[in-house]
Design a binder for this molecule. Structure first.
Ligand code: ZN
Length: 244
């Protein structure tokens, strides 16, 4: 068994047997990872962290070869994001972010860029006063990094660029061009500003995206579209997983 050390953001924890905890982390070097912390509930001082959800820790673990559950022997708190924890709305958004990460990323698939996006999101949730914007930006970036490649710049059915009016289809989970629009009777038009914002967020670095000014209608539309897109794809993924 190899001993590994990495930075890890706690996605969630649950009690295991009488004294242990199983934790799901998103780590810098190993992606999403599950570990067991033995005896932590009997002896709280055994680890230098209480493993609060969305805290940043440095963990040491023994990498198991034949199980997805690794033995964590050390866990030191690096940042508890106390400013997020002191605001109910921010707690809610950070929790949503953790759920999103757990659903989007396959286990033990290293994705350092995604780790940086999650970390920057938590850092900026602590400091800025528009937390919803941070979450929308994180959502767009994490969707792309997890391989979902949202079709927000071309038609989800024929892949043609959309130059005229774009319409969003929940049924197909993306934008439809005017030629394909007839395939979904429930589609609704999308503001050009919303598409432009998504494209800008996809190609810009984290700090540049924070300067983006999102007007209220665009922000609301963005949130609505991203939620529907996510629901469409995660449901599809869950169905596929059930078949497998
Ligand atoms: Zn089309």
């Amino acid at each position: 068994m190899a001993i590994c050390k990495t930075e890890a953001i706690v996605i969630r924890t649950f009690d295991f047997r009488e004294t242990s905890i199983i934790a799901e982390f998103f780590t810098r070097d190993f992606g999403r990872l599950k570990g067991i912390l033995k005896g932590i509930r009997k002896d709280r001082k055994k680890f230098a962290s209480t493993l609060e959800p969305f805290s940043l820790n440095e963990i040491i673990f023994y990498q198991s070869r034949n199980s997805e559950l690794h033995l964590v022997s050390g866990c030191d708190l690096e940042d508890g994001f106390l400013n997020v924890r002191s605001d109910l709305k921010k707690i809610h958004l950070a929790s949503f972010l953790m759920e999103l990460v757990s659903a989007l990323f396959a286990p033990e698939d290293k994705n350092e860029e995604a780790f940086e996006v999650i970390l920057s999101s938590l850092e900026d949730l602590s400091s800025v006063n528009d937390p919803e914007k941070i979450i929308s930006i994180a959502q767009i970036k994490l969707l792309r990094l997890s391989g979902f490649k949202p079709h927000f710049d071309s038609c989800v059915l024929c892949n043609n660029d959309i130059s005229g009016e774009a319409k969003f289809s929940s049924k197909f989970g993306g934008l439809l061009c005017p030629k394909c629009a007839y395939r979904d009777s429930q589609i609704h038009p999308v503001l050009r500003g919303t598409i432009a914002s998504i494209k800008h967020i996809e190609r810009s670095g984290w700090s540049d995206t924070l300067r983006l000014n999102l007007a209220h209608p665009i922000k609301a539309e963005l949130k609505n579209m991203l939620d529907k897109f996510l629901m469409f794809h995660l449901e599809k993924r869950l169905k596929t997983a059930r078949f497998l």
